[in-house]
Ligand binder design. Sequence first.
Ligand code: GLU
Ligand code: ZN
Length: 490
Amino acid sequence: MSVRVRYAPSPTGLQHIGGVRTALFNYFFARASGGTFILRIEDTDRERYDQRALQDIYDTFDWLGIRWDEGPRAGGNYGPYFQSERTRLYREHAHRLVDSGRAYYCFCGAERLEKMRGDQAAKGEAQGYDRHCRNILPEEAQARKEKGEPFVIRLKIPLEGSTGFHDRLIGTIERANRDINPDPVLLKSDGFPTYHLANVIDDHFMEITHIMRAQEWIPSGPLHVLLYRAFGWETPEYCHLPMVMGEDGQKLSKRHGSTSLVEFRGGGYLPEAIINYVSLLGWSYDDSRQIFSRADLETLFTLDKLNKAAAVFDYRKLEWFNGHYIRECADGDLAKRLVPFLQKENILGDPVSAGEEKTLLESIPIIKERLRFLGAAAGLLRFIFKDAPDYTAEDLIPKKTGAAEALRFLEEAKTLMAVFFEKTDEENEAAFRELSQKLGTRLGNVLGPLRVAVTGSKVSPPLFESIRLVGKERTLARIGKAIGILSQAA
Ligand code: GLU
Ligand code: ZN
């Protein structure tokens, strides 16, 4: 039997690290085992449905370069792949369970349920449906239903015994039936299914072989197993994935930092880095290997390398991976990826001019080594494409010197600029060394004011390369401006 797995998001919010991890593991498992990866949209909760969340699912996986074999846009023989288009199937099957005595009509209105909850609270009893309608005789229920009384369909949870299932990663999970939510609703009064009913029916009819999902779904497991049994179906294999935590040991959430893929994408994380790092959240190939491309994972991923222990999401580590993949990019490729980020900061025009394109390509080598995410490029490159950011006289004055000295250093540095562009970096460095000796100061005290004058910042890409990219004319003008500022301060 060939592997069929699914990612089944509810379009109620943005795709986040946890969901993407689930999707990737299912996708890689399918690829590595020659199986089928299915995207199913669990959109039966019409109140929480959000069109933008659906678009975000498409955008996120397009960006990651992950394609599903069956699902929206892809089609397939097991569709439709939107649960909202499968409601007839759910309704029929819910009624089938009533006919076979496994489920029943419940006519309790909101008012009665509220009173029940109040009474339970007052008596300090456990909360949950009191099975009030479980014993209504079938004929009576049928009659009330035909009269048009609103109803929901509830599953009969056995009153005794326990229900268990085997989880591939965790082992046996067993729960006393009395601890399962008493007689959960399968079909709501509006005819829409609950998550449990739709999820089980779809996994069955879509012939899902393995259910890989987050551990937070474990509590639903026994209930789902009871549903499979009620229908007389076989359960798929379960494999609940370890939790993803923040560094404080709490479930990863907004409190820890960005979690949605939109944020990572917007900040300039590369899909290669996200795929690589997220795949290591609960999976490892061996004790040492860290770098995996999508293609690597498509062949190497196996379930027996999953880890039981919770994974910790480490933002610095992701940043390290991102830096790695940035350095791996060819200059031309990196330049292309940077364009939208530089356009957003008005550093490049739209469309990009030929001159801008050339300068950008020449700028790549001076930032590539230190760039951790694409969004940081604008700050590093602005002075090349635009004027240098403003600075004060203070910024131009090295520590333990004064305005008069800084002025003198800069004036001398300016004279070196006359020949700078014809010389090599080594020659220029020698010339500045000599100059600093002549001035009786440290090399840094000569280069510091020059750096601020040309780049507008005390930290910049390598100075000589930066000066070359700014060009002679603009460099001289910038030094001139800095000299003016210092003269006023001196
Ligand atoms: N729709 C559920 C979710 O949003 C699916 C859970 C499952 O995989 O069974 O995660
Ligand atoms: Zn009832």
